[in-house]
Design a protein around this ligand. Structure first.
Ligand SMILES: Cc1cc2nc3c(=O)[nH]c(=O)nc-3n(C[C@H](O)[C@H](O)[C@H](O)COP(=O)(O)O)c2cc1C
Length: 183
């Protein structure tokens, strides 16, 4: 049997989504951290990644202004830090200072990466579209970096990494390796 769902909460059906920390800089080089769950790969060649960001986020202004951002994939052990960055604004809070996350230099952009995360995409802003009440920022991936043990032949090694996944309502989970099959 099926029952009608809650349409305004349709996005709950897309969860779990991997939790990402997006870093971006202001014009003076100060870095902000924002948590993202609405994101997706868009194109392989050129390599493009999309993030959907509400205009009221401080990060929205930063990306429009400096046109670079980094995406940092969060391990489950750092969900508290991700939740903090997703519930405080960089307009009034230095989230790096509060969470004590560590910045490390990126390879090709001036925005730093977050050391505690296991994989990183360095992006320059290619295009942006207003779509409904969000902006889809499309980043061209100019460099990627990862922890040495995070991937085996480019596949996430779930024996070494527990990715943080968001399922809405302030709730996070991770993946289990007990049910994995390679075809
Ligand atoms: C797990 C999680 C995922 C989120 N995903 C998004 C998202 O994809 N897009 C968005 O606009 N806001 C999202 N948010 C809300 C922002 O992260 C939040 O408003 C944050 O405080 C914005 O920071 P800023 O003002 O410093 O940019 C999410 C929050 C959480 C906790």
């Amino acid at each position: 049997m099926k029952t009608p769902g809650n349409l305004p909460k349709f996005h709950q059906y897309a969860y779990p989504m991997q939790t990402i920390l997006l870093t971006s800089n202001d014009s003076k080089g100060n870095t902000n951290i924002m948590t993202i769950a609405w994101h997706m790969p868009i194109s392989s060649n050129p390599p493009l990644y999309g993030v959907s960001i509400a205009p009221k986020r401080y990060t929205h202004m930063l990306i429009e202004s400096t046109k670079e951002f980094a995406l940092n994939f969060v391990p489950y052990e750092y969900t508290y830090h991700a939740h903090f960055c997703g519930t405080h604004t960089g307009r009034t809070t230095n989230k790096q200072k509060e969470t004590k996350l560590t910045f490390i230099p990126a390879q090709k952009i001036s925005v730093p990466l977050i050391k505690e995360c296991y994989a990183h995409l360095e992006c320059t802003l290619k295009e942006q579209y207003t779509i409904g009440d969000h902006t889809l920022f499309i980043g061209e991936i100019v460099a990627v970096k990862k922890d040495d043990t995070a991937f085996s032949k480019d596949i996430l090694n779930l024996k070494n990494i527990n990715p943080a996944c968001y399922i809405g309502a302030n709730t996070y989970t991770t993946l289990s390796t007990t049910q994995q099959h390679t075809y």
